[in-house]
Design a protein around this ligand. Structure first.
Ligand SMILES: Cc1ncc(C[n+]2csc(CCOP(=O)(O)OP(=O)(O)O)c2C)c(N)n1
Length: 514
């Protein structure tokens, strides 16, 4: 067995089922090894930023790591922005990057670069393989590394001569470490504060925003009156009728401050204290009032869902029925296109168990609150603020959950970063209904410009925030990548487009001119 075969065999032994890739010459032996093992599904992407976000979406929905396979330093560099988002999402990813042959690196040929230097900021585990006999074990260590709670990016750099040499062995994978519970004293102290506080809230993150963790949070909310919040940048949030109501922190500082103004005890469960994305002159960046006490129940690397269970037991609410959203009767809006109508149509038509991937930016602020009583669904958001995540995140979510419908909401500016994801959706026949909010503008930047007190933008500044010259034609762009598309002119057509998209086999695109 050569090194490449040992790497792929170890991935398969470790339960890795998907590889999102854009390979090159230095990865050809790894491609040959993947060719021999169809049980590890290889998914081609046309840009590395699609591969890294797809691996993120897959991990968010499956709870398992996918691997990437990227070409040298430049391929990795193309994937970094969405690797940044993935690192903020605390998901497990095995990021495999090819390298020149060990004896070729010193020759400094055109594609040579400092791959470790490029990978380091986003890799909690990082290694360049140094011998074929150890490559299988390095791969096993990468799998263990990425599964270290709460989930990490493990980058394994593979020199091509190590991949092609014989003498590889399959690595032995240790049982992944369990996330530890916080100290009992911490849990009891938080329980004491919650019992005493008049206005309290839990700021949830990680695995407390879905499944059993969220149910337990719902019990605590029902038993103590504490509110449940999610940070604006969350990884996965379960929503809809029958799930505990969780309010997302608004992006806009003033709205977030207003939401939290009466909270006197804020308990962090795997979350960081809520702070504005950016500083503004003469404004405090914190969302909480100075009278609010912020205390930590669990850090991200601890067992957050377990900590909530322990907290519920101390509070005596372990069997209290969780508070839940009532089902919402919604009618399907008709007539002229409005943002509220778009949100209402989604709320009414969302299929049971759908996955909503959201990067609708300024156009979609009403969609998440509007769908609170819809059919149960999961919502995935941008965790790192690097735009261009939604379309490829939807690829990964659809690969992870072939029996669920994916609704991908993307603003036009954000969508243009990684629109090649549409080609992968078509090629893999992924059931993704894509909605593009075509406002022809970087609307959020216009708001930020005036908010930061820069004054009124002049013609050249305005020109840097308009993307309608020339006009983007998403219908042609989508069709050019094999995805059926339509531009709607009314809410009636929009509802029809959603219905058709949810029933289609394979992806569709709806462009909404705004
Ligand atoms: C990788 C990256 N580049 C640039 C930015 C800065 N940025 C933030 S929002 C934005 C424009 C967003 O426009 P669009 O996605 O069309 O949404 P809209 O604001 O129009 O609703 C830009 C360029 C960013 N956040 N990430």
């Amino acid at each position: 067995m050569n090194g490449a075969d040992s790497l792929v065999a170890t991935l398969i032994t470790g339960g890795v089922e998907v590889c999102f890739t854009n390979p090159g010459t230095s990865e050809m032996h790894l491609v040959a090894a993947l060719d021999q093992r169809p049980e590890l599904r290889s998914v081609l992407t046309l840009f590395e930023g699609v591969a890294t976000a797809a691996a993120d979406g897959y991990a968010r929905m499956s709870g398992k790591p996918a691997c990437t396979l990227l070409h040298l330093g430049p391929g990795l560099a193309n994937g970094l922005a969405n690797l940044h988002n993935a690192s903020r999402a605390n998901v497990p990813i095995i990021n495999i990057v090819g390298q020149h042959a060990t004896y070729h690196v010193p020759l400094d040929t055109p594609l040579t670069s400092d791959i470790e230097g490029i990978a380091r900021p986003y890799s909690k585990w990082l290694k360049t393989a140094s011998s074929v006999s150890l490559l299988g074990q390095d791969t096993a260590a990468a799998i263990e590394g990425c599964r270290t709670p709460p989930g990490r990016i493990a980058t394994l750099i593979v020199p091509t001569d190590i991949a092609w040499s014989s003498g590889g062995t399959v690595g032995q994978i240790a049982v992944p470490p369990k996330a530890p519970l916080p100290a009992t004293a911490t849990i009891e102290a938080v329980a004491g504060k919650l019992k005493k506080a008049r206005n309290s809230a839990l700021l949830l993150s990680g695995n407390t925003l879905y499944g059993e963790g969220l149910k337990t949070a719902g019990r605590i909310a029902a038993g103590t009156g504490a509110k449940l919040f999610a940070p604006y940048p969350f990884t996965r949030l379960q929503r809809g009728a029958g799930t505990p109501p969780v309010e997302r922190m608004p992006y806009v500082l003033e709205q977030a401050v207003d939401l939290l103004k009466d909270i006197r005890v804020l308990v962090l469960v795997g979350a960081a204290p809520p702070i504005a994305y950016f500083a503004s002159p003469n404004k405090n960046s914190a969302f909480t009032s100075p009278e609010c006490e912020i205390c930590t129940l669990a850090k991200p690397e601890e067992d957050c869902a377990g900590a909530l269970e322990a907290l519920a037991a101390v509070l005596g609410v372990g069997h209290t029925p969780p508070c839940t959203e009532p089902p919402q009767g919604t009618s399907i809006p008709t007539g002229a296109i409005t943002l509220s109508g778009i949100a209402a149509a989604i709320a009414a038509l969302l299929p049971e168990n759908a996955i909503v991937v959201d990067e609708s930016m300024t156009s979609g602020r009403g969609i998440l609150p509007g769908a609170r009583g819809s059919a149960p669904h999961d919502f995935l958001a941008n965790t790192g603020g690097s735009i261009g995540i939604a379309l490829p995140l939807a690829v990964g979510a659809a690969v992870a959950c072939p029996n669920r419908r994916v609704l991908c909401l993307s603003a036009d500016g954000s969508g243009m970063y990684t629109l090649q994801a549409l080609w992968t959706m078509a090629r893999e026949a992924l059931n993704v209904t894509n909605v593009i909010f075509a406002n022809g503008s970087y609307a959020v930047l216009k708001r930020e410009f005036s908010y930061l007190g820069v004054g009124d933008p002049g013609p050249r500044a305005r020109d840097l925030m308009e993307i309608n010259r020339p006009q983007l034609d998403w219908v042609s762009l989508a069709r050019g990548m094999g995805v059926p598309a339509r531009r709607i002119t009314s809410l009636d057509e929009y509802a029809q487009g959603l219905r058709e998209g949810f029933a289609a086999s394979g992806p569709t695109v709806i462009e909404i001119p705004l």
